[in-house]
Design a protein around this ligand. Structure first.
Ligand SMILES: NC(=O)c1ccc[n+]([C@@H]2O[C@H](COP(=O)([O-])OP(=O)(O)OC[C@H]3O[C@@H](n4cnc5c(N)ncnc54)[C@H](O)[C@@H]3O)[C@@H](O)[C@H]2O)c1
Length: 275
């Protein structure tokens, strides 16, 4: 029997948790820049009864995105997209964060939006980090949402002189992800498909561990200690939200971002985490 096709980018903990939750019985194409990461996750999942094919791809390259889409389409029309590829503020310089997290995600949502099958759905992982950044102007939001992907990195707001550090770049990238989801969900809707974002707080994964050991380690440890939940989250808890968004119970949810951060953002504005 032909299987439904699920395209997953980023062979990390969050992607794997979502893929395990909703990917059973589906053909899963798992892309990562580090093929060893994709191989490792594919091995774990294939040995647990899933059907995962690892694929080397770079989210910052349109050519590479088109290549993984073509690979996935060998097995049928793409029905599910999970975008869990990304780099964090302690892992990469400003240019790489903008190219991978901001530009790459924009291209992926655009290209998958051209081929997603009727009834399909996608989820991209943004971040609570973007929620701590002050509001942008209506015009800046519109630019992040609708500027053609190839022109995004030339926007005034994204020029190097206007970006303070890697954290600021990451926050802009994640804000942009959520605005792109709003704009793209309109086009996905024309194909009978849905698209949403999940903005996680601190979730224990290799990426978060790099943050704990990076220059903002104390900031993050304080954040989860003082947030209402009093702890970091797990990738499986992100998968709980993804399961809702990607199931029929989420049929009326599209163009939305689910913040799932143990209340850290709430505490940052109105509780003990206020700066
Ligand atoms: N872990 C957290 O606390 C947290 C919080 C908020 C948001 N996020 C976001 O969640 C997403 C997934 O992160 P995670 O915590 O599962 O991290 P992870 O480190 O477990 O996985 C990320 C994966 O992305 C891959 N990757 C990096 N650059 C790539 C590129 N250019 N092309 C393809 N693959 C690439 C890495 O090799 C890695 O395998 C990221 O977008 C991250 O910003 C994570």
């Amino acid at each position: 029997m032909k299987k439904e096709v699920m395209l997953v980018t980023g062979a990390g903990q969050i992607s794997m948790a979502i893929a395990r939750r909703i990917g059973f019985g589906k053909k899963i194409i798992l892309g990562d820049k580090k093929i060893e990461n994709a191989n490792a996750i594919a091995k774990i999942m294939n040995e647990a009864g899933y059907d995962v094919e690892p694929f080397e791809m770079d989210l910052s390259s349109r050519e590479s995105i088109l290549a993984i889409i073509a690979e996935a389409e060998k097995y049928g029309e793409i029905r599910y997209l999970v975008n869990g590829a990304g780099v964090s503020p302690s892992q990469a310089p400003i240019e790489a964060i903008l190219k991978v997290d901001l530009y790459g995600t924009a291209v992926l949502l655009e290209e998958v939006g051209k081929v997603i099958t009727k009834g399909g759905c996608g989820v991209t992982i943004s971040s609570q980090s973007g929620w701590r950044m002050p509001q942008l102007t209506a015009e800046q939001d519109r630019q992040l949402a609708t500027t053609p992907a190839e022109e995004l990195l030339s926007l005034e707001i994204l020029k190097p002189e206007n970006i303070r550090d890697t954290l600021h770049a990451y926050q802009l990238a994640k804000r942009c992800n959520e605005k792109r989801v709003m704009a793209e969900c309109v086009k996905w809707g024309e194909r009978g498909a849905r698209l949403n974002a999940i903005a996680p707080g601190i979730i224990v994964t290799p990426l978060a561990i790099d943050e704990f050991n990076g220059p903002r380690g104390d900031f993050y440890k304080n954040m989860f200690a003082k947030c209402p939940a009093g702890r970091p989250g797990t990738a499986d808890e992100v998968a709980n939200a993804a399961e809702l968004l990607m199931s029929d119970r989420g049929a009326f949810i599209t163009g939305s971002t689910f913040l799932i951060d143990g209340g850290a953002t709430a505490s940052y504005f109105y509780g003990p985490l206020q700066p």
